[in-house]
Design a protein around this ligand. Structure first.
Ligand SMILES: NC(=O)C1=CN([C@@H]2O[C@H](COP(=O)(O)OP(=O)(O)OC[C@H]3O[C@@H](n4cnc5c(N)ncnc54)[C@H](O)[C@@H]3O)[C@@H](O)[C@H]2O)C=CC1
Ligand SMILES: O=C(O)C(=O)CO
Length: 386
């Protein structure tokens, strides 16, 4: 028997019961649910990662939909419990949904939502921040200052890498990878090499146009290349940022062998999922190659780091904060709530989850649609017109 979990309730007499496994930023998401006759229950348990048992207790006997977090294990057990409680909708408050067994959700007819778009630039900005922090050794230099070790300017003090004119490599040039590529190309005049399963025509056009602009102004133009393999990116780039989804094909994509292909002074950034890198191999590589640097927002066994990583001066590490801006986190909460609400109300799935702006406009009611349902096709859900 699962233990009871503490909750906060909004609109106790609401017809539909929607549970959020965590308190989420902003109030718009709560208001939107309450206005549509939902009773909203928010888990207030003082525990960062809820177990499957905790969530079963939250779902209870009657639950129409759940908003959950990327730290939770949404598999057969939870979808079966949600379905038994009459639930038809779940949304991750995240764009990544590698914590969700979508096949299990399909089996129980539960729609699975995610939150694309609203975090694209925020996440890309953190990847860019880590790139600069690693290239210019900002964390090491900060620690040095605070330790009272600075005795005056020196020609060799904290010499790092200049990005201008170097090559940025992007693996996974989807929404976030493309946004990051544009920032680094335009902001730092870097050349681009990318690898993705699909061609990113818009990104290529952007770099071409910027290159022409630079040339017309008497500057060295930037260039782009779509690599035929990921290895080509690893071998040629000076700064590499990982932005694929995590699935079977991207698990340990960067392993010992691939690390050894990279330039000795390369920089590797990961704001996707920790398991895209073999973190044990990475620690060994950092030890053997002091000029190689990494910037990591995500880790293989979050919240833990593999032994030795915390001691590495050539690693900048932050706790999975890439989407952590106020506007983005409030928007993620809104999209997640609207995914669940839309399914409960029988609304169609939004036709283009890359264009979710209408749901984020606080001055107008959101469209009568679910912003992003990843298994809409598998469940044969109707699709809205834009
Ligand atoms: N650190 C953080 O806080 C955040 C992490 N993320 C992670 O970033 C991921 C990407 O997000 P979006 O850009 O919005 O998704 P997206 O779906 O637009 O982009 C993912 C890209 O990866 C490509 N891809 C898939 N398998 C690949 C492979 N084997 N090799 C190379 N490319 C491959 C896809 O074709 C796609 O273009 C999310 O799935 C999530 O895991 C997203 C937001 C915040
Ligand atoms: O959205 C995601 O996938 C995250 O990792 C957190 O924003």
């Amino acid at each position: 028997m699962a233990k009871p979990v503490s909750i906060e309730v909004y609109n106790p007499s609401g017809k539909y019961r929607v549970v959020s496994t965590k308190s989420m930023p902003g109030t718009r998401w709560i208001n939107l649910l309450v206005e549509q006759d939902c009773r909203v229950e928010i888990c207030t348990q003082n525990k960062t990662i809820l177990s499957v048992d905790d969530i079963i207790a939250l779902i209870g006997d009657k639950c129409d939909g759940v908003i959950g977090q990327l730290t939770e294990d949404w598999g057969e057990t939870l979808f079966s419990a949600l379905s038994k409680a009459g639930g038809k909708a779940f949304s991750n408050m995240a764009v990544g949904y590698n914590n969700v067994d979508v096949n299990a959700a399909n089996k129980y007819g539960v729609a699975v939502g995610n939150t694309p778009g609203v975090l694209t630039e925020t996440t890309a900005e953190l990847a860019a921040s880590l790139s600069l922090a690693a290239a210019r050794r900002i964390v090491e230099a900060d620690e040095f200052m605070r330790a009272g070790l600075y005795e005056g300017w020196l020609p060799h003090l904290f010499v790092g890498n200049l990005l201008k004119g170097q090559t940025v490599g992007v693996i996974g040039a989807g929404r976030i990878g493309s946004a990051y590529a544009r920032m680094m190309v335009e902001g730092f005049k870097m050349n681009l090499i990318y690898f993705d399963l699909y061609q990113s025509t818009r990104l290529e056009k952007f770099v071409t146009a910027y290159g022409e602009f630079l040339k017309a102004n008497g500057e060295q133009p930037v260039t782009w290349k779509r690599a035929a393999s990921m290895d080509e990116v690893l071998q040629q780039a000076d700064l590499i940022s990982l932005h694929p989804i995590l699935d079977k094909t991207t698990y340990h994509l960067v392993n010992k062998e691939r690390l050894s292909m990279m330039k000795k002074e390369a920089i590797l950034i990961n704001c996707s999922r920790g398991a895209v890198i073999d973190e044990v191999a990475l620690v060994e590589h950092l030890k053997a190659n002091p000029m190689f640097r990494v910037g990591l927002d995500v880790f293989e066994d979050e919240p833990f780091m593999k032994p030795g990583l915390a001691d590495m001066k050539n690693a900048v590490v932050v706790p999975h904060i890439a989407s952590a801006s106020k506007w983005t986190r409030e928007g993620m909460a809104t999209l997640a709530a609207l995914n669940v609400l839309g399914k409960i109300k029988g609304y169609p799935a939004w036709a283009d989850p890359n264009r979710v702006e209408p749901f984020l406009n606080e001055n107008a009611p959101p469209p009568a649609a679910c912003p992003s349902i990843v298994n809409a096709k598998a469940l044969s859900l109707p699709v809205s017109k834009l």
